[in-house]
Design a protein around this ligand. Sequence first.
Ligand code: SF4
Length: 208
Amino acid sequence: MWLRELKAAQSRLKWSRCPTTISTDSIEKVADEVVVCAKCRLCETRKHAVPGEGSSSARVMFVGEGPGQQEDIQGRPFVGDAGKLLTELLQSVGLRREDVYITNVVKCRPPNNRTPRKDEAAACRPYLERQLALIRPKVICPMGNSAIRALVESEESVTALHGVPFEKDSITYFPMYHPAAALYTASLKRVMEEDFQKLRGLLDSVTG
Ligand code: SF4
C-alpha cells in the first residue's frame, strides 16, 4: 500500500532550485538570530534556545514539537532519551545525525513541556521556513501531532498519517510518531522501526 503512495509522491517530486537566486541568508545566521530571539514568551523561561543541527544540505529534515528539558540545558535538539532513540533509528537505516537536519516547530522549551501555543508557533515559524528554504530537503518528516499540524495543517492524527508519504505544495512529507511516544508505548518502537525502513526506501527512490 505504502509503496504505491511512495511511487506517487516520487513521480510528483519537484523540489526546484533556482540558480539565479542569490541569498545572503544561511543556517548559521538563522541560528545566531534564534539564540537571542525574544519574539514570544518562551524566551522568558528557556535556558538555551535550540535552533537545530545537522547537515545544511540534508536530504531529509526531522521536525519535532519543541525542545525538552535536556535540549533546553544543552541547546541541542533531541539529546534526551527520545533523541537517543531517534539516533538509534537513524543508525538502523544507515543514517547518521550529521547526515540529516533535526529541528523543532518552536526553538525554545515550553514550560513543563506543554504543547506550544498557536501564537508561539506562529512567532517561531519564520525560522523554520528559512531553514526549509536553505536546506531544501527532499523529504520532511514531521514527528508527532504538533509538528504535523504546524507543517501540513492537517487535523488528522499521526496514527492515521504515519509511514505514508504525501505531497503538499511540491514538498514530500513523511509523517512519523515522535520518538518520545515510543518511550511511553513500547509497541510504537516497532512501528517506528518499520517507518524508518520505509523512509530509507523513499530517500533511495527520490535521490537515486
Ligand atoms: S520560541 Fe521561537 S519565536 Fe519564541 S522566543 Fe524562542 S526562538 Fe523566538
